[in-house]
Each structure stands twice: as structure tokens, then as C-alpha cells.
Design a binder for this molecule. Structure first.
Ligand SMILES: [Zn+2]
Length: 231
């Protein structure tokens, strides 16, 4: 296997998470489902983006005024505007609404990103953890009772499969709503010195957290080569 160049290709999965106030939001997705005739499981086929609502976790009694920039592909207006200013490609934003009673005021607007960019993941290393992708629905099937690892060393983007969008979905592996982003997004986050975002969840040991260092690519490249040397 040859590693992807990091020159603009999306090497990492965009994963945005953190502690409070990140745990204060619950997004309710309305998904379209069907039964897969090959692996006989109920699979998600799409989202009803116009019906997504966000509520505050009922366990939280007080909400910090600094709302999260994003929770997965639910992004705040602030982050959306930044993406639009920077001509980030690969998504269609759908406004979402708050649900439930709460006495928190000045709740920010959030948007559910419908991801239109596409890329394939390299699945050859899945065998190392006894996993394979269902040919029909792309769900990953693993060893019963064991957590799905997406390959012991996790996965990389398949060379030549990227459509060039800044925000992508995996075309050949079902990862739910997890967005895969280009290096350019991480550069934008680094340039704006944004907090509370992290990238690289799918490749353990390679994750980087905001505030992202300007030379993050060098660090990630070294870690990736160390991890995949000889593969
Ligand atoms: Zn299936």
C-alpha cells in the first residue's frame, strides 16, 4: 500500500467533539431505513434533513454561553459562515430548529450539513481485524460481540477516489453521518485558531486537536508513515 500524499487529499476524518458544552446538545435525526437482503440488517439509506431538531441534554441544568461550533455534521451558524466565506465545497446546509422547553436564551442557529462530496476508504486492512464490508449496503460486519474497528490500524482514503470536495462521505463504507474533510479545512481551522475541534478519529494516534498547529501536516505525515510502514 502506498500512502496518500497529504497535498490537499483528505487523509483524515473530520471529527468534532469535546466535553461541556458539547454534551449539551442532542440532535434528533430522521433517517430513511430499509432491510439489506445480503446481511439482513436494517440500514440507513438517507436522512430527512428538513426534520432534524436539536435539543439540550435534559441532564444539563445550566448551559455555558459558548455553544459548540459543531457536533458531527451539525454546525453552528458561525462555522457555516466561515465555510461559506472560504468557499468550502461538498455540502448543502439545512437549517435545524430547537426543540423542547428550556429557559436558556439566545440559542444560536445550527445547520445540518448534507454531505455531497464523495471519497472511498481503503478497506484492505479490515481483514486484520476480521471485518468485511457488506457488498450491498456497505455496513461493516465484524466478529460477533466485538467492537467494529474498521481495521486494526484503521483506514486511509483510497488513492484516486476523492472527488475534490472539501467535505465528503465515504462511498464504500457506512460511517453514518461522519464527515471526511480535506486538509484545507484543517488549515482553515488552524488559521482561525478555533478551539474544540479535533480531527483524525479513524486513525488512532494520529488525531490532532484544535487549536491546530500551523505545521500539523508534518506531524501527521510522520505519524502516518510510522504507522503504515511496510504495509
Ligand atoms: Zn448489507
Amino acid at each position: 500500500m502506498t500512502l496518500n500524499s497529504l497535498d490537499g487529499a483528505p487523509p483524515l476524518l473530520f471529527n468534532m467533539r469535546g466535553g461541556d458544552p458539547f454534551e449539551t446538545l442532542l440532535a434528533l435525526y430522521h433517517s430513511k431505513r430499509r432491510w439489506c437482503s445480503t446481511c439482513h440488517r436494517e440500514v440507513v439509506e438517507g436522512m430527512d434533513y428538513d426534520r432534524t431538531v436539536v435539543s439540550i441534554n435534559p441532564r444539563i441544568k445550566k448551559v455555558s454561553p459558548s455553544f459548540p461550533l459543531a457536533v458531527g455534521c451539525i454546525v453552528s451558524e458561525k462555522l457555516l459562515e466561515m465555510f461559506q466565506r472560504e468557499n468550502v465545497s461538498g455540502f448543502v446546509p439545512h437549517p435545524i430548529r430547537w426543540e423542547g422547553g428550556h429557559d436558556f436564551h439566545a440559542l444560536p442557529d445550527y445547520f445540518h450539513l448534507e454531505i455531497t462530496g464523495r471519497v472511498e476508504l481503503e478497506t484492505r486492512l479490515f481483514e486484520e481485524s476480521g471485518e468485511e464490508c457488506c457488498q450491498e449496503c456497505n455496513y461493516v460486519v465484524g466478529i460477533k460481540g466485538r467492537k467494529i474497528l474498521y481495521g486494526r490500524r484503521k483506514t486511509l482514503v483510497r488513492q484516486g477516489s476523492w472527488d475534490g470536495s472539501d467535505i465528503c462521505k465515504a462511498k464504500n463504507v457506512f460511517l453514518g453521518e461522519m464527515p471526511i474533510v480535506s486538509a484545507r479545512i484543517i488549515d482553515i481551522i488552524a488559521a482561525h485558531k478555533l478551539d474544540w475541534l479535533s480531527f483524525g478519529e479513524v486513525i488512532p494516534g494520529v488525531a490532532i486537536r484544535a487549536p491546530v498547529a500551523v505545521d500539523w501536516k508534518d506531524e501527521v505525515t510522520q505519524k502516518l508513515y510510522a504507522k503504515y510502514e511496510g504495509v
